[in-house]
Each structure stands twice: as C-alpha cells, then as structure tokens.
Unconditional design. Sequence first.
Length: 237
Amino acid sequence: MKDDLPTAFGRLHAFAQTLSGLMKEAQEAGAEQATGRDNTDCVTVTIDRSGALLSIDVSDNWAQKLDPKDIGPAVLRAVQDARVRQLESSMDSVAESGLLAKIESLNIEDMTPTDIEPPRPLRGPTVAPGQLVDEILQAIESGGTQARPATFVGTEDVDDDIAARVELDSTGIIDCSVGIAWGKSVGGSTIAWAVRQAYDKAYEDVLASAARGTGPQGGLFSEALQVINSLQTPRGQ
C-alpha cells in the first residue's frame, strides 16, 4: 500500500537527513586542510575543508615568472590545486571507510518516517494547496534557471602601489585580481597581505549573510508543511 502524503513526506525527510549525515561524514573523512600551488610555484595557498583560506604566500621572485596581471589567476590556480588535493584525500578516505557502500545502499522505502512538527507560517493565512504547489514549482524553476549563488567581494589598496580584489561564494575564492602601479616594485609578502586583507573583508560579508537569514523558498516549504499537517487533521479539530 502506498504511503499517504504526510507519511511519504516524513519518509523523504528521514532519507534526506540520513544522506546528509553520510555526506557530512564523507566530507570530513579527508585531511582537515590542503595546500596547493600555481604552475610557477610562485603562489602557495592553504584551505580548509570548507574552502576557507587559511594562508597565502607569494614568493619574492614572482616577477621573474609572472606578469603583474597574472598574479590573480595564479592565486586561483593555487586554490584549485588545493581543492583537487582535498578531494583526492576525501575520496581515498571514503573508499577505505566503506562510506560509499553505505550511501549506495540507502533505500527510501526502508526509512522510518520523521514526525515533523510544522513550523509557523512566515506570512499570513496559508494559501490554497493548489496555489502553493504552483508557487513552489515556480520557485524551484527560477532557482535552477535564473538565480545565481550569492557572491561577496572584498578589496584592499596599499599606498596606491597595489590593489587586490577577491570574490567569494559559498565554496571559497572564485575570482582574484591584483593590480600593481606601473614602475612599482612590490614584494611577495605585500601582495600576499593585500590579497588576504581583501579576502577577509569578503569573508566577513559571507558570515554576515549566513547569519541574516533564509531565501524565499524557505517560506514556501514552511507553508507546504502547514498544508500537509492540515490534510491529516480531522475537520473540526
């Protein structure tokens, strides 16, 4: 016999929680941090599991191998190298621990449905179920085709000699540029400091955004739980 809607929703919720727990174990299976370098060995970065920048180093002889305009791309290459090394470490640990087999063996039909307490709606009276379904589908569709992940930018200028710009999203650094005034000689430690300062400013915005709240779909799914709860409540109660 097929599950009724509340039971099916609870079973799906339990499946998602179990899968999320196993994925978290897989993510934490590898090394806590990874170090990467660009192809010239001028830039070295260390990141943690989340992609957050722990350290950056730029060699003082960078000008022998890089043009000033190539410093930003070199930072990105070093970050990508560190991400690859982190992924390789995680995959090795997952294979050794048997987590992959656990994930592959998950079956939603085997899950005990979660008893979900519907949250309070984030707006006025709950809309009709049909309208709510339409809104959720529209939100999912627009999220997949139009919405872009939030990005955060930090900049740092050093005595008009150097300007660094770093852009982040939830995975870490996605863009970096460094501008050096014509004719100026800038040491690697100064470049690394400027990039780090720009990164820290952007990262502060990431933390502030995470603390602020939820996206528009959160309210819709909250109301979906309200509707499901109403469907299993006898009339008059």
